[in-house]
Design a protein around this ligand. Structure first.
Ligand code: HSE
Length: 437
């Protein structure tokens, strides 16, 4: 039986998962591929720590270039993460005509165009299934499952840490910091969780999904990104009263001749399946003009689910090597010559429904003052709740709006926050009722 040789850069949690899968499932893989997958080299700065998998010590090195320049290695797996040296290593591998598999969402969201162009130029494949949604085969679905469609939108819960925290806050009525600390203690959240909780990780992932959806170069710096650290149990409870759940959604959709690409806490109707995806699970809903709505749900992180996506890419690339077809499917599914810079709608220009919580003094006339300002900015109210008479430090006054322009909402809020009856900065959460979300 033929062998395909693989080199691994980065022997961490996911790398260990990849090795476990290659060892445990070699039979199933060989029956599907008709060849053996042979791990020929591993590079990592730490060559001592026992990762709990059996590997020949002789194949481990500190020198990544030993792997990158090994003429017998066909496929390089990059699991170092971050921008450098991952970018340099990947470009070096591609130049050496090695196929590459990576989970590196940060790198692809920033330097994807350069890397994809280098892969096509060198006539090798690049697999990045593990970069979004862990084990969920969303990249393959978008590249090969829906190419008959014009994609209209992609909505995703693509960060398990945030979904876990919001689910716990919602189920147990606990504040954000408390749940975050617990998640860190349990190992669900990173010691430095800011990339997750401030939405950066989701922004990386939706940038990649938007590129795939629209066949466009998406500038991550234009992706509006807001995390979950300001969400409170008060808002979660009000959302529930209105029939909504709060999720950190990564959203991209067509909007006239532009696209929207944004990440923020979002109120989602409780009859929408995405509102019921809880804990560390991820969910991604893709809507195509012909196929309609499709949702994929699964484990968005972890050694074995992410390893499953990596090994899936290795098998796909190995099939191309063995049976022909390298570059058959371009990195973004769209032919490189047709890929253009995306026109991304500024957040101020989007149209949405909004939840706004004002913190106000409890006296007659306050509601009319606030609704007056909203009306002056063409914002129409759909419902109002006001509770908690007599509480010290003001009472919450919650307003749900009909569709309005973000710019008008922001102008209205800055006026309202200056009113003497308003005691604190208002809280705004966008509501998605479009398509099915
Ligand atoms: N930190 C991510 C999450 C997983 O919490 O979902 C890796 O992208």
């Amino acid at each position: 039986m033929k062998s395909i040789n693989i080199g691994l850069l980065g022997f961490g949690t996911v790398g260990t998962g990849v090795i476990k899968i290659l060892q445990q499932n070699s039979g199933a893989i060989e029956r599907r591929l008709g060849a053996k997958l042979n791990l020929k080299g591993i590079a990592d700065l730490d060559i001592e720590t026992d990762r709990g998998v059996k590997v020949d010590k002789n194949i481990i090195t500190k020198d990544a270039y030993k792997i990158l320049n090994d003429p017998e290695i066909d496929i390089i797996i990059e699991l170092i993460g971050g921008y450098e040296p991952a970018r340099t290593f990947i470009l070096h591998a591609l130049k050496n005509k090695k196929h590459v598999v990576t989970a590196n969402k940060a790198l692809l969201s920033k330097h994807g165009s350069e890397i994809f162009e280098a892969a096509v130029k060198n006539k090798v494949d690049i697999g990045f299934e593990a970069s979004v949604g862990g084990g969920i085969p969303i990249i393959r679905a978008m590249k090969e499952g829906f190419p008959a469609n014009n994609i209209q939108s992609v909505y995703g819960i693509v960060n398990g840490t945030c979904n876990y925290i919001l689910s716990k806050m919602s189920d147990e009525g606990r504040p954000f910091n408390d749940v975050l600390k617990e998640a860190q203690a349990l190992g669900f959240a990173e010691a430095n969780p800011s990339l997750d909780i401030e939405g950066g990780d989701s922004a990386h992932k939706i940038t990649i999904l938007a590129s795939l959806a629209f066949g466009a170069r998406v500038d991550i710096d234009k992706v509006y990104t807001e995390g979950i650290s300001k969400i409170t149990p008060i808002d979660i409870n009000f959302a529930r009263e209105f029939g909504y759940r709060i999720k950190l959604l990564a959203i991209t959709k067509r909007s006239g001749n532009e696209i929207e690409v944004r990440v923020h806490p979002t109120m989602v109707r409780e009859d929408n399946p995405i509102s019921k995806v809880n804990g560390v699970l991820n969910a991604i809903e893709v809507t195509g003009d012909m196929v309609g709505e499709n949702m994929l749900i699964g484990k968005g992180a972890g050694s074995l689910p992410t390893g499953s996506a990596i090994v899936g890419d290795i098998i796909e690339i190995s099939r191309n090597i063995l049976y022909g077809g390298v570059n058959r499917v371009p990195p973004l599914s769209f032919l490189p010559g047709y890929i253009e810079d995306a026109k991304i709608k500024n957040i101020n220009e989007i149209i949405s429904e909004y939840y706004i919580r004002f913190s106000v003094v409890d006296k007659p006339g306050v509601l009319s003052k606030i609704s007056g300002v909203l009306g002056n900015h063409y914002i129409s109210i759909s419902s109002v709740i006001q509770k908690g008479r007599g509480e010290k430090g003001g009472v919450p006054l919650v307003v749900m709006t009909h569709s309005a322009k973000e710019k008008d909402i922001q102008k209205a809020l800055s006026e309202i926050d200056k009113l003497d009856v308003v005691l604190d900065k208002s809280v705004l959460i966008r509501v998605e009722n479009g398509e099915r979300v």
